[in-house]
Ligand binder design. Structure first.
Ligand code: C5P
Length: 201
């Protein structure tokens, strides 16, 4: 049986961690849709054409650890503004969402555009300072010089671009359950998400 869990939210809100844990708990497949835009952004950063890249993206490219870098994040959100890039990535995401056995997709527009009929929808948020602190700790591993203020400014710029674009902006679906992870441990946030999904089963 198909069962789709749509998890949206801004950068570093905790949605990726929650999505992985929810997928593991229910035995569902998981797709981090941000990686698709990062895969496109990475190659556009090297001078390739966004639409051509989006139409020819292959799964192996998405395993490249460089896709997680700060510069790629900005390029990902720049290519994500383009409606033709979003359209090229749509069918793959929808097919993944309806696979038998259940699927969890996390991103920005899963509950609103990709899977408006998803059986369960979550919108995960956290304060700017909490999100920047998390992302800063993560990025320090590969870039020991990076400052908290740079990470905070980058996150805010990306949130603004993601929320203000006209194609599939970052907005909560009306029927999404909201989880603010600012003052929650990972375990608490995951437990809240699992119980929200279980209620929809
Ligand atoms: O989630 P992540 O931070 O990896 O996403 C990178 C960028 O990809 C986001 O800032 C956003 O611009 C874009 N994105 C999107 N729609 C999604 C997932 C990601 O526009 N469903």
């Amino acid at each position: 049986m198909a069962f789709t869990v749509a998890i949206d939210g801004p950068a570093a809100s905790g949605k990726g961690t929650i999505a992985r844990a929810v997928a593991a708990h229910f035995g569902f497949a998981h797709l981090d849709t941000g990686l698709l835009y990062r895969g496109v952004g990475f190659r556009v950063m090297q001078g390739e054409d966004p639409l051509t890249v989006a139409q020819n993206l292959v799964a192996e490219e998405l395993e490249n650890p460089d896709l997680r870098g700060a510069q790629v994040s900005q390029w990902a959100s720049k290519v994500a503004v383009l409606p033709e890039v979003r359209a090229a990535l749509l069918d793959f995401q929808r097919a993944f969402a309806r696979r038998l056995g259940g699927a969890v997709l996390d991103g920005r527009d899963i509950g609103t555009v990709i899977c408006p009929g998803a059986e369960a929808k979550l919108f995960v948020t956290a304060s700017d300072a909490t999100r920047a602190g998390r992302r800063h700790r993560e990025l320090l591993r590969s870039d020991p010089e990076i400052t908290f203020d740079t990470v905070l400014a980058d996150l805010r710029e990306r949130d603004r671009r993601d929320s203000e674009r006209s194609a599939a902006p970052l907005v909560p679906a009306e029927d999404a359950v909201r989880i603010d992870t600012s003052d929650m441990s990972i375990e608490e946030a995951v437990a809240a998400a699992i119980s929200a999904v279980a209620e929809r089963q």
